[in-house]
Design a binder for this molecule. Structure first.
Ligand code: ATP
Ligand code: MG
Length: 199
């Protein structure tokens, strides 16, 4: 449809948000001329029920802090305000309702892209958004398993950063400076996130 606003959607647990997420969103925004990228922290993630996820409000605030300085980046509460586990189909349906004039581009790293077929309502997903798969160190980026034309692959600067590693670093008293934005380093310390009990 001509004249529709191009809007990116970056879903994630963001526990914590790091520069890998921010670089991916920024690169895809530049590549596709996106007017806005909406970061959407998940509710209780269904793939991660094996570990305790940080309260949604902390993950939401870290995402706001990390994106505040970029005029094109915004943060949505649709997933954290919906009860139950987060499914991307629900995220995209809510965002389409809130932004009826938008053409949505869902941004996902190579690891998440390879799992899309296991996501709920997978057929609807490709009707609701165009998918953009980005490179991530340690994972192979490929879209062969997905419907032709539904996904574009984009190479982004390699950031060998994961939230898992950031949490482990904090727990061990090692630095996360320069892996996550400064404000997020300070928020983690202020709220004592990821520290071992008793430390
Ligand atoms: P965790 O280790 O807890 O799984 P994570 O670093 O993988 O955290 P998520 O919140 O799970 O971060 O990821 C959200 C999205 O960002 C996913 O699509 C993921 O593939 C992508 N992503 C995360 N880190 C990177 C990175 N370093 N480079 C490119 N994409 C990334
Ligand atoms: Mg992950």
């Amino acid at each position: 449809m001509p004249g529709r606003r191009k809007v990116g959607v970056m879903g994630g647990t963001f526990d914590p948000i790091h520069h890998g997420h921010l670089v991916a969103a920024s690169e895809v925004a530049d590549r596709f001329g996106l007017e806005e990228v909406i970061f959407v922290p998940t509710g209780q993630p269904w793939q991660k029920s094996d570990r305790e996820v940080t309260p949604a409000e902390d993950r939401y605030l870290m995402t706001v802090i990390a994106t505040a300085s970029n005029p094109r980046f915004t943060v949505s509460r649709v997933d954290i305000d919906r009860d139950g586990p987060t499914y991307t189909a629900d995220t995209l349906a809510d965002l389409s309702r809130l932004h009826p004039d938008a053409e949505l581009y869902f941004i996902t790293g190579a690891d998440a892209l390879s799992q899309i077929l296991s996501w709920r309502k997978v057929d609807e997903l490709f009707e609701m958004a165009h998918f953009v798969g980005v490179t991530r160190p340690g994972y192979r980026l490929g879209g062969e398993h997905l419907p032709a034309g539904s996904v574009t692959l984009v190479e982004v600067p390699a950031m060998a950063i994961s939230s898992t590693d950031c949490r482990a670093r904090v727990a061990e008293g090692r630095p996360v400076w320069y892996l996550v934005p400064d404000g997020v380093v300070q928020y983690i310390a202020k709220r004592k996130l990821y520290m071992k009990p008793g430390s």
